[in-house]
Design a protein around this ligand. Structure first.
Ligand code: NAD
Ligand code: UPG
Length: 417
């Protein structure tokens, strides 16, 4: 979309096959149209052969850095493999640009790998800040851009090439911050840690509201008017999930401990615990409204994606709650406007349907766990005709309590007494 010629390489032939046809292998609003345009224009070529990058000057590394199995730390094997695969094809003057979220120190280590194998090539770290569901707009109009580069002429060359890549947003006045490697790596995990902390802060207040009789949404509105605090990311509910915030705060903690600075970010352990307590609380609340046991009771779970406008179910709070209830013996049916296929792959033991009415029919309790527009706009009167019992648990403060109660529903929410 910025007029550059791009070669995209992925080791997954299915993803590449879909992309080559102009179809994203995930749901992302606005992305398919843009992809089809650039494929048609011939400016984007995709494949599985890393040799196709020969002749490119800038090489972005955007592979996954998931949580390692059995450990809170990040698994760097994909980043290492991707950088290794580039080495034979690099020319002097090329820039390898890390975009993946990595533990601080990774860029310095990889810079040595690049320098040893491809003299004259340079490594930069350029963290990514896009949000799923807003990826297109966040990419074309980022809040800021950060380049972590080495000192001297190599760093200047990397900066110059990256400025060419980002010429359009830079011309629009996007702030650009050039740093050393560790700062760039830390900016990314600091930003995600702050966001996670903000969510867990409001969810901690939700716990207080539940026992003291307060209303956490009004509380968030009231403190959010203070510009120093700000209302964004103060939506209380089932907490954060996805492929980023949970694993990033854990990896950050693990890395800080390795560096002997674990105490500095020990609070992130509490952020994680508050977040996980929201999921447990939702399971408890379900049992509570069902008279103590969920066994054999029909539970309609609205939402599988970790947030609306995404089909991503990685560490999804909704899918986690659905799984825990099914394990406790409930007859759970999950529905989601986009994430049923991904949910079926991740949790094949769960009953899932794309048909919202089918999920609601005969339900003893309805759980709203991902705040898709389709669920927020549900008509309580019509919905009441489908279910067996009019009890709704609002896990995202997404429904108008008065309207639902007026339609004869028993309404309970996380964050309200
Ligand atoms: N998803 C987001 O919204 C987001 C936002 C900002 C930063 N990040 C960071 O970006 C990185 C990627 O995240 P993601 O969610 O896209 O991960 P992902 O796992 O969905 O995608 C990674 C892709 O890399 C491919 N891959 C793995 N090894 C490869 C190799 N050697 N060569 C070429 N391709 C290879 C995989 O097949 C996969 O398609 C992570 O570090 C993540 O923390 C993600
Ligand atoms: O007030 C809020 C805001 C968000 N969430 C939850 O937090 C999670 C994460 O949401 P969001 O940050 O919008 O999604 P991501 O796409 O995971 O994006 C985050 O993670 C990316 C990967 O690192 C970063 O690039 C983004 O800047 C950062 O927002 C979701 O489960 C939301 O439901 C809340 O519970 N309350």
């Amino acid at each position: 979309a910025s007029g550059h010629d791009v070669v995209g390489v992925d080791v997954d032939p299915e993803k590449v096959g879909a992309l080559a046809l102009g179809k994203a292998p995930f749901f992302e609003p606005g992305f398919d149209g843009l992809l089809a345009d650039v494929i048609r224009s011939g400016r984007l070529e995709v494949g599985t052969d890393v040799g196709a990058i020969a002749g490119c000057a800038v090489h972005f590394v955007c592979v996954g850095t998931p949580q390692a199995a059995g450990s809170p730390a990040a698994d760097l094997r994909f980043v290492d493999a991707a950088v290794d695969s580039l080495l034979p094809h690099l020319g002097a003057g090329d820039v390898v640009v890390g975009k993946s979220t990595v533990p601080v120190g990774t860029a310095g280590r990889l810079a040595d790998v690049v320098a040893a194998a491809a003299p004259g090539a340079v490594l930069a770290w350029n963290p990514e800040f896009l949000r799923e569901g807003h990826a297109v707009d966040d990419t074309l109009h980022p809040d800021r851009i950060v380049y972590g580069v080495p000192g001297g002429a190599a760093g200047e060359r990397a900066t110059r090439l990256l400025d060419e890549v980002y010429a359009i947003p830079l011309a629009e006045g996007m702030p650009r911050i050039v740093t050393d490697y560790p700062t760039a790596e830390l900016v990314k995990v600091a930003a995600n840690s702050f966001l996670a902390t903000k969510i867990s802060f409001i969810n901690a207040m939700a716990e207080l509201c539940e026992v003291a009789g307060g209303d956490v949404t009004q509380l968030a509105d009231a403190i959010g008017h203070d510009a120093r605090i700000g209302r964004r990311f103060l939506n209380a509910g089932l907490g954060f999930g996805g492929g980023c915030l949970p694993k990033d705060i854990r990896a950050f903690t693990a890395r800080a401990e390795e560096l002997g600075a674990g105490e500095a970010v020990a609070f992130l352990g509490e952020v994680d615990r508050i977040n996980n307590r929201r999921r447990s609380r939702m399971v408890e609340l379900t049992a509570e409204v069902l008279g103590g046991s969920v066994t054999g009771r029909r539970v309609a779970v609205l939402g599988a994606a970790f947030k609306p406008e995404s089909d991503d179910v990685r560490d999804s709070p909704a899918l986690d709650v659905a799984t825990r209830l099914a394990e406790a013996g409930a007859d759970v049916v999950v529905t989601d406007p986009q994430a049923v296929p991904t949910a079926r792959r991740r949790a094949p033991q769960l009953a899932c349907t794309e048909d919202l009415d089918e999920a609601l029919r005969g339900a003893d309790v309805v759980l709203l766990l991902t705040e898709w527009r389709q669920f927020r706009d549900l008509d309580p009167v019509r919905t009441g005709e489908l279910v067996a019992h009019r009890t709704v648990l609002d896990g995202r403060q997404a429904l108008d309590r008065a309207v639902w109660e007026a339609a004869g529903w028993r309404y309970r929410a996380l964050g309200r007494a």
